[in-house]
Write a protein that binds this ligand. Structure first.
Ligand code: 13P
Ligand code: SF4
Length: 308
């Protein structure tokens, strides 16, 4: 029996659900019960009645699922699957900022640790950040963390000045504007679409800016012979399935990047074998202290409520 079939059987036997992000390797996406963006994955985690959640994504995603499901087992195939954004913002240093600006509303991108969520007023993802920021009365000042690129983009969209944390995604910051413009010239008539974690000079070239789910939706609804896709290359698997006759070209990264396109080394730590092992052995599990969880769930629930 192949590994994918073994995972499917084990999943049924144990009443487990596999939630996967679009940046996971294709073979993981194929065995998942749901593949989505950060918001969709949080919504699925909040509503599942499975006893075990296997999160094929990175640590902060699995942690969010655990915060929402304290009595369930939440498994992550590789506990080292982190995120440069989450790592840029430690709870201790973030606490100092929040305490220095007590009159500010704290909006935090979901790519952060449970400890940082516990210090926040509302969580957002790239698909609802504009809506969440607009939900705050105009006279209330905002701290936005940890992604400065998403924060900058939302500032422009909403006209709100926010106090930005200086964090960034190493994958989206690796795109080369010179190579992108060269590629665009080589493919006349193509359209550039980009994730808002990218830097502003990349976003300025894009005809569409949105979350991973938003980008997939856009290519489905807006015909073009070719799209240049500025986000992590794992998205191409699902996107190509949705538009099989469209040419999809991953946006190029700077010369010294490990791959020609942009791949998230953290996301790629999960493999089908590790997924099987973690479901079989029910480890590694995500744990969040009850003290942190009780605080961290409030801003997540606010986001879910505002996203209905
Ligand atoms: P979304 O899937 O919410 O667009 O987020 C992208 C990302 O970088 C997740 O780590
Ligand atoms: Fe974090 Fe960027 Fe990887 Fe997403 S792609 S998990 S934001 S490092």
């Amino acid at each position: 029996m192949n590994l994918a079939q073994k995972i499917t059987d084990l999943k049924k036997e144990k009443n487990a659900i596999i939630l996967a992000h679009y940046y996971q390797v294709p073979e993981i996406q194929e065995v998942a019960d749901y593949v989505g963006d950060s918001l969709g994955l949080s919504q699925k985690a909040a509503e599942t009645d499975a006893e075990i959640i296997v999160f094929a994504g990175v640590h902060f995603m699995a942690e969010t699922a655990k915060i929402l499901n304290p009595t369930k087992k939440v498994l992550l195939p590789d506990l080292m699957a982190g995120c440069s954004l989450a790592d840029s913002c430690s709870p201790d240093s973030f606490k100092k900022l929040v305490e220095a600006y007590p009159n500010h509303m704290v909006i935090t991108y979901v790519n952060c640790s449970a400890g940082v969520k516990a210090l926040s007023d509302i969580i957002c993802t790239s698909s609802n950040a504009e809506k969440i920021v607009n939900s705050v009365p105009k006279h209330v000042p905002i701290i936005f963390a940890p992604d400065k690129n998403l924060g900058n983009y939302i500032q422009k969209k909403t006209g709100r000045q926010m106090l930005l944390w200086d964090g960034a995604c190493i994958v989206h910051e690796a795109f080369s504007i010179d190579k992108l413009l060269k590629l665009y010239k080589e493919h006349p008539g193509s359209k550039i679409i980009a994730h808002p974690e990218s830097e502003s000079h990349i976003l300025e070239t894009a005809t569409y800016i949105g979350s991973t789910a938003g980008m997939i939706d856009y290519v489905k609804k807006h015909h073009s012979e070719k799209f240049i896709v500025a986000t992590e290359a794992g998205i191409l698997h699902k996107m190509q399935k949705e538009v099989p006759h469209t040419i999809l070209i991953p946006a190029p990264a700077v010369e010294d990047n490990t791959c020609a396109c942009s791949e998230c080394a953290f996301m790629k730590m999960n493999t089908l074998q590790k997924l099987y092992n973690c479901l079989l052995n029910e480890t590694p599990q995500i744990e969040v202290s009850e003290e942190i969880r009780k605080k961290a769930i409030l801003p997540i629930e606010r986001m879910l409520e505002l996203s209905k």
